[in-house]
Write a protein that binds this ligand. Sequence first.
Ligand code: DQA
Length: 145
Amino acid sequence: MQKILVLHGPNLNLLGTRQPEIYGHETLAGVNNALHEKALIAGWELNYRQSNHEGELIDAIHTARDDGTCAIIINPAAYTHTSIAILDALNAFEGKVIEVHISNVHQREAFRHHSYVSLRADGVIAGLGTQGYHAALEAIMAAAK
Ligand code: DQA
């Protein structure tokens, strides 16, 4: 079974109640469960992880390097705009990387317009709400056919 990691950065544990006018009403558990089910039906293993700590996200990327994970879907949240360390960790991962943002970061404050992670990402999805995660998953699965 091919394996995908979905990695959620800081504050995304609050999805559903955090600024719902920007991030919507769906909870993180709802997003993860729907992705897990979609992957499973297609015969893929999907693991997910959320952390508010940069080092834990990096550790999860390191684990993905060694455990046979073939693709990472990552919403680095605010670390998108600050973390060279997450970029470096992703650069050490050989599989596919898709960066997802629930909101359209380019319509928002200027500090959200730059992404370190985009330097590594094979694809970037922003502004589709939580459907962006599904688009990323479908793209990964379709590319493997
Ligand atoms: C976000 C956008 C980031 O700028 C922000 O810090 C987040 C979420 C998004 O999904 O739209 O926490 O990555």
